[in-house]
Ligand binder design. Sequence first.
Ligand code: SF4
Length: 678
Amino acid sequence: MRTTCPYCGVGCQVEPEIQGGRILRVLAPDIPPNHGALCVKGRFGLDFPFSGKRLLYPMVREDRRQAFRRVSWNEALDYTASKLLAVLKKRGPEAIAVFPSAKTTNEEVYLTQKLARALLSTNHVDHCSRLCHSSSTVALSRSLGGASMTNPIEDIWKTDLFLVVGSNTTETHPVIGAMIKKRVRQGAGLIVVDPRYTGMAEAATLWLRIRPGTDLFLLNAMARYILEEGLWDQGYVEERTEGFAEWQASLEPYTLEEAERITGVEKEKIALAARLYATTKRAGAYWAMGVTQHTKGTATAQALVNLALLTGKVGKEGAGLNPLRGQNNVQGAGDMGALPDVLPGYLKVSDQAARKRFEALWGVELNPKPGLRMTEVFERIPEVEAIYLIGEDPVTSEPYQDHLKAKLEALPFLVVQDILENETTSFAHVVLPAASFLEKDGTFTNTDRRVQRIRKLLDPPGEARPDWWIVQELGKRLAQALGRPWALYPGPEAIWEEVRRAIPEMMGGITYRRLESEGVRWPCPHEDHPGEAVLFRERFNTPSGKARFFPVHFTPPAETPSEEYPFTLSTGRVLFHWHGGTLSRNSQLKEAYPELKVEVNPKDAQKLGIGDGEIIQVVSRRGRIRARAWVTDRTPEGVVYAPFHFAEAPANRLTTDALDPFSRIPEYKVAAVRLEKL
Ligand code: SF4
């Protein structure tokens, strides 16, 4: 039976063949988005639901010094409800945060944020997008009035030039990476902006090996050069944008000469990239964490938006602005309102008309004050007294791990709901075992807004239950105690029907029946609508209908190399693993890539006498980890690259918790470190 891959935002369709408690093989149907293609994670990484580390029973402990007690579902849910209600009574909604998961379905995210808002009255609701594309979201939303990919994945076949900035697409979104490479073999151009010689850089027709954290300067310099050379789309700018004059004036300092000095890229290459992008009609911009995970993540994403508007690339086929979403349902989690400032459908909690719509649907009055973002919630502990955390492992995924652990130690009440034991489970008071993607029905939304089904192929093990069931049961108890309404649903399809009623302009036409054959993209307002492929063809989703330029300026990273810490650490992913490793390292892929390898440039290795394969220590101001050195010129001189999938050698023990001021995304991509031989 067909379902959706649980790893990355491509949302590949998979057909796992399961027999005798294991997956025999995984096939892929010839339908969008992957048309039969799969990467190694989809092919060999789907067996984590059979891991011995599955959480099988609800567990409770009153105090972290105690061992967990196995309890019944009734006891676990009664206890959780009573603790949340006690915090609510004593400290109010500001003391409670609820984090839905981008690994759970749209229906589950919708229900979780509803529980937070309608029952606990808190808008401290957030999810892992805070750590990946929150900066893109700020930039795209304020400029265009929408933050998703503007163009569909299949537009790759219509694109004549790709501008890929800070995305190791081959490893992080492999099926999209393979499609881009194929299109390049057919003759399209590929400009890659990346410090590392990634698979994309290898396929590039023009590779700009930039210094980490300097993309913004490069993009502004490209824009200035395009203006100087008269290569911009004046008609588009005049007709479809606003704020141009002020932005244009802001580009004065961004000369090619200065760009070469700051970025390390020859000015002729910057000029060539600018000319190619401006003069190719069907040129699409793609980006990922290399742009977003910086203290100037919003500003850098904004520079990309400005560049695309200047050259008239938005609202057209084969072009557009395409932030590649990470986790499989991170697009859906945002759509369903797992954010502190918006309800489902990106309707602002501060907007009275938006609140009224949901107040009528849910039968309660809603809190108009936007909540705290995930990174801010952790900082506010113990003022924030209770966190209900679903499907995340912040101990591995948040920056500056030791600081986060100290915060979690001080948190009076933590509920962890997940499928597998992880690093954060050990800080919990209540552990609720959830069903995996193979054990429940529902929908995920992939990176290009395509809503797709997941299907129940197995019963959950032990007493694990689908997240929607757990949230519904907890909500029942809270509602009863608070005297508030709380609808009960027979299953995920009934929850989806409420989503359709709640945000009809976005999801009204998407039914489970339609999703039987293949996914449907939003916006899809009615059942005869095919789903919108290219956004903003006629108007932008802003009050004026025009897109807005915003001036953005370069600032150096929060931490730069020093005598004591002479290297720049950059973190990221490898093809075989996924995020905190909870899923992929509990699958067959564990054997394929068993341990942390940090990339060290051969010249640096020679200076320090480090041999390829030698165990070394990587040390920052915040901690140290042991890792195997991989001596390779994939990584430039002065830079060390470490994937963050390995809990026993956590790269995030080293990273800084400096945040982007607009999105509060951490600067994972730049930290100062030194290398020590053992
Ligand atoms: Fe799964 Fe992404 Fe690989 Fe597709 S590209 S198989 S969605 S991990």
